[in-house]
Ligand binder design. Structure first.
Ligand code: SF4
Length: 402
């Protein structure tokens, strides 16, 4: 019998595969250049309380040892700024980025200490309600300019500016894209050009769509890619890989962050995984993605950060995955978030959401709160609600037996 003849061999496919060249402009983050034909930078973030100098110092060491091009640290108070100053003294070399969280007023205090400032447009409305968004962006840009810092406009699905959410109630992707494009416009008007943009979602397909739409409108602006709250490995790695494969191969993405739910000592894995995905894409080694890949239980979990108030969070995320294995075949989403700041908003789109406080975990069904439970009680309540949803939507009896 004749052997089937393939039009091209896998080897040939790899040889003919080429990546679309990136068209973005180059920007400087300290001594690092991203954009254009510069190598794609791989970065990560400290997951510790910034004021815990020992723990945060250790995170920096781990990420440095893993070869992170940029290390991000969150700052939300003047005490955090003091801690950042001490860390900078201890670690003068790494390229540091600061995450301004809700307190944009800290920009002039942190800019002398770091190389990049990230602000979230969705958090600018919290303070100084008498000031316009433009005035606040100008305040950040002036601080960044004075100290030679780059800026990242970091748009996140869980904290989109309420104005944009109201304008695009049925298109969360467009709300993110419009917000990012408008903020680029503000920085352009202020003659500030050392900026990049991120549009993150926990859904890899939304990340792909949002970044494609943005890149079409602003092909010049460097992009920081990431799937937020991708969750535990290996699922978190797979989701991230899907998004990066589709985007990087199209020339979209100048720096990446892989967000995984990992114990702090293992955070270097985010860098290793990022580099491995990039090397595979460059070599044309893609993983096939079945069309029904998303038609099953999807657990999203945040990568944790300085806002986590109880270290049991990572363990809880792991337990949620173990507990819910019996429901693997049902197309449902369970979100596990580490804090009370972003947790309530970022669990809204999930069928069941858990967000962690210092001593209790809050359980939600969609946007509604089911209750607040201790860390020991929560799993039992989660299972009860999960069984209920499965029997309501799928009429399945097997769920209760688990
Ligand atoms: S949900 Fe909270 S703890 Fe988790 S990464 Fe976001 S801000 Fe940090």
């Amino acid at each position: 019998m004749d052997r089937p003849v393939w039009p091209v061999s896998l080897k040939t496919l790899q040889l003919v595969y080429f990546m679309v060249p990136r068209k973005t402009r180059k920007i400087h983050i300290g001594s690092l250049v991203i954009g254009g034909d510069s190598p794609i930078a791989v970065q990560s973030m400290s997951a510790t309380q910034t004021q815990d100098l020992t723990a945060t110092g250790r995170q920096i060491e781990i990420l440095q040892a893993a070869g992170a091009d940029v290390i991000r640290i969150a700052v939300d108070s003047e005490k955090d700024v003091e801690a950042l100053a001490r860390l900078r003294q201890q670690f003068p070399d790494p390229i540091l980025s600061v995450d301004l969280q809700e307190n944009y007023r800290l920009a002039p205090l942190v800019a002398p200490l770091v190389n990049k400032v990230r602000y979230n447009p969705g958090h600018l409305y919290h303070l100084d309600k008498d000031k316009t968004i433009r005035e606040k962006v100008e305040f950040i840009a002036n601080a960044a300019r004075e100290y030679g810092c780059a800026i990242r406009i970091g748009v996140n699905c869980g904290s989109v500016d309420p104005d944009y959410k109201a304008r695009f109630p049925n298109d969360s992707i467009e709300a993110m894209v419009r917000c990012a494009v408008d903020h680029c416009g503000l920085l352009d008007e202020l003659n500030f050009s050392d900026y990049c943009v991120s549009l993150k979602d926990s859904d890899a397909q939304k990340v792909i769509e949002a970044n494609r739409r943005f890149a079409e409108e602003r092909p010049d602006v460097p992009i920081h890619l990431g799937v937020t709250e991708a969750g535990l490995p290996p699922e978190g790695i797979i989701k991230t890989r899907i998004a990066f494969e589709q985007l990087v191969s199209l020339g979209i993405g100048d720096t990446i962050r892989v967000s995984l739910t990992l114990p702090n000592e293992q955070k270097g894995q985010e860098i290793d995984v990022g580099r491995e995905i990039l090397a595979d894409i460059e070599a044309g080694r893609f993983r096939s993605v079945p069309e029904n890949f998303s038609d099953k239980l999807n657990i999203i979990a945040c990568p944790s950060c300085s806002r986590v108030e109880n270290d049991k969070f990572v363990e809880l995320a792991q337990e949620v995955r173990r507990l819910t294995q019996y429901a693997e075949k049902y197309k449902l989403t369970i979100a596990v978030m580490g804090c009370r700041v972003n947790g309530p908003g970022e669990t809204d789109d999930a069928d069941l959401g858990l967000w962690c406080g210092p001593s209790r975990v809050n359980l939600k069904k969609g946007t509604e709160t089911v209750g607040s439970y201790t860390y020991d009680e929560i799993l039992g309540h989660l299972k009860k609600e999960l069984d209920l949803i499965i029997s309501e939507r799928y009429g399945a009896v097997e769920a209760a037996g688990a």
